[in-house]
Design a protein around this ligand. Structure first.
Ligand code: CA
Ligand code: CA
Length: 186
C-alpha cells in the first residue's frame, strides 16, 4: 500500500486556528509590527489582518485566544487610512458598526490614528475589556490574521504508509511519514 490522500476536509496551515470555517493566526510578542507590516505578513500567508463579521467572531478572538497571551495590544484589519472616519476592513468585509466594540471616546484620531487595535485591559476588575482603539499605524503591536481554509480541497495530505517490496529477495522499508489524516483510508 502506498500513496497520498486527496482531502476535502477544511484545514488550516500549521500554527493557525480553525474557527467557524476560517483560519486565524495570533502572533507572538516579538517581533511587534506596524499595521502595514502586519497586514503584509498576513497577505504573505494568503490572508489579511483579522476582520469581524459577527459579534461571535469578535468575542471568540478575545475570550478564547488573546487572554492567554501576555501581549495586550493587537492590530486588526479595521482602518480609516483612505478617508478619515470612514472605517473599512482590509479584507473587504463590510464594516458593520453593530459589530464594533470601541472603548469610550474612541475612535478619537488623537495622533493621526488611522489603524485599529484591540487593547486588552489587564486592570482588575477589567475595565473596557477587549475593546478597540484607533492608533497611529506606525505603532508596534502584535497582530491577528484571518484567512479562508480554501486551498485544502485540492491539496494532498501525506499519511503514514509502509511499503514493503520484495526486491532481490529482501524486504525494504520504502517510506515512513507522519500520520496526518487517514480518515477514509483503508
Ligand atoms: Ca483616523
Ligand atoms: Ca485613539
Amino acid at each position: 500500500m502506498s500513496g497520498v490522500l486527496m482531502s476535502s476536509q477544511a484545514d488550516c496551515p500549521s500554527g493557525w486556528v480553525l474557527n467557524d470555517n476560517k483560519c486565524w493566526f495570533f502572533s507572538d510578542l516579538q517581533p511587534a509590527l506596524s499595521w502595514t507590516a502586519a497586514e503584509s505578513m498576513c497577505q504573505q500567508n494568503n490572508g489579511h489582518l483579522a476582520s469581524f463579521a459577527t459579534v461571535e467572531e469578535r468575542d471568540w478572538v478575545v475570550d478564547k485566544n488573546l487572554k492567554r497571551k501576555d501581549l495586550t495590544r493587537w492590530w486588526i484589519g479595521l482602518n480609516d487610512i483612505q478617508v478619515e472616519e470612514t472605517f473599512v476592513w482590509s479584507d473587504g468585509t463590510p464594516y458593520d458598526p453593530a459589530v464594533s466594540n470601541w472603548k469610550p471616546l474612541e475612535p478619537n484620531n488623537a495622533y493621526l490614528e488611522n489603524c485599529v487595535e484591540i487593547w486588552i485591559d489587564n486592570d482588575f476588575p477589567p475595565v473596557n475589556d477587549k475593546q478597540w482603539n484607533d492608533r497611529n499605524c506606525d505603532g508596534l503591536n502584535g497582530y491577528i490574521c484571518k484567512r479562508d481554509t480554501g486551498t485544502q480541497s485540492c491539496s494532498m495530505t501525506i499519511f503514514r504508509h509502509y511499503a514493503w517490496l520484495d526486491w532481490r529477495n529482501s524486504f525494504r522499508l520504502l517510506q515512513q511519514t507522519s500520520v496526518r489524516d487517514v480518515i477514509g483510508v483503508v
